[in-house]
Write a protein that binds this ligand. Structure first.
Ligand code: PBG
Length: 321
């Protein structure tokens, strides 16, 4: 077996998986009403950007050859319906148009489509009087958000709220308003994971009354329902699907990539990034090497592309263009 492992050129020749800059999607946070970028303590190297600095960061990603970014907004005010999410003047909408006018065409501009960053209760949808999320009432809100994001220049909208029927509602709204070219990346198999902790700091979300998302996100113990989730989303019009988180769900990525004929993204989430950074800061692991090994494993499992906070850092290391 060792004959083909002798030299780096031999190993490259027979490698089954290659991680390329083209596989990376960079998540970016833009926050309303701040004057300078704010570091996120649980995501070292990641910032809440201003409207100005988010454009600078988008340009840097273009320079590094990263093909896509996905935007998350942190509004100044939150309310029960998450009205900031669909406000034409809302922070994400302003950032989308600023990025599109600066570097549109050079990088794919995606927008996360959810309400949790904008609701005062922190849930991904509208909440009924009994405290439960109202799936069907939420769909019309998602349609409004999709239209606002498309109007502001999002080329891809990425619904992450795990409401049943969200892709159909969004596709119908987009088509009905003349945005038939706007694509949908569905967070299709999204688990109720403890690995989203640092993200909630990044977007200043806490769920009311010690609540959680187990009523609408998937149970980590289940794999088979992911196949139903993705096939429903594809049938509803998803152009691409996503599995999230990534490393603890490589079996799901593998099964989904074999089951559906659309590109499959994987979200290497905030907790996955933070664990590598924390261990590397202590000198316990070589952070860059572990990042490459992790992202390579996600590709090996079958992901077409990876959303990761390592995007810029890894692009600098592998820089293959
Ligand atoms: C919901 C959303 C979440 C993430 C992306 N979109 C949080 C959640 O579902 O609670 C998490 C991403 C990460 O942890 O990196 N808008």
């Amino acid at each position: 077996m060792q004959r083909l492992r002798r030299t780096s050129a031999l190993r490259r020749l027979v490698a089954e998986t290659t991680l390329s800059v083209d596989d990376l999607v960079a998540p970016l946070f833009v926050r309303e009403a701040i004057d300078s970028p704010e570091p996120i303590s649980s995501l070292p190297g990641v910032f809440q950007h201003t409207l100005g600095s988010v454009v600078v960061e988008a340009r840097r990603l273009v320079g590094l050859g990263v093909p896509a970014l996905i935007l998350f907004g942190v509004p100044e005010r939150k309310d029960a319906t998450g009205s900031g999410a669909s406000d034409p003047d809302g922070i994400v909408q302003r950032a989308l148009s600023a990025i599109r006018s600066a570097v549109g065409g050079e990088i794919v501009v995606m927008a996360d489509l959810c309400l949790d960053e904008y609701t005062d209760h922190g849930h991904c949808g509208l909440v009924r009087r009994d405290g439960r999320v109202d799936n069907d009432a939420t769909l019309s809100r998602y349609a409004e958000v999709a239209l606002a994001q498309a109007a502001a220049g999002a080329e891809v909208v990425a619904p992450s709220g795990m409401m049943d029927g969200q892709v159909a509602a969004i596709r119908g709204a987009l088509d009905g308003a003349g945005y038939s070219e706007t694509a949908i990346l569905a967070y299709a198999a999204k688990y109720a994971s403890a690995l989203y902790g640092p993200f909630r700091e990044a977007v200043a979300v806490s769920i009311a009354d010690g609540g959680d998302r187990r009523g609408y996100q998937q149970d980590p113990r289940n794999a088979r329902e992911s196949l139903l989730e993705v096939s429903l989303d594809v049938a509803e019009g998803a152009d691409m699907v996503m599995v999230k988180p990534a490393l603890a769900y490589l079996d799901v990525i593998s099964a989904v990539s074999r089951a559906v004929p659309v590109p499959v993204g994987a979200y290497h989430v905030s907790g996955e990034y933070a664990m590598v950074k924390a261990a590397a800061e202590r000198g316990w692991i070589d952070g860059a090497a572990v990042a490459l090994e992790h992202l390579g494993a996600i590709k090996r499992a079958g992901a077409s592309f990876i959303l990761t906070y390592f995007a810029a850092e890894v692009a600098e290391v592998i820089g293959d263009r």
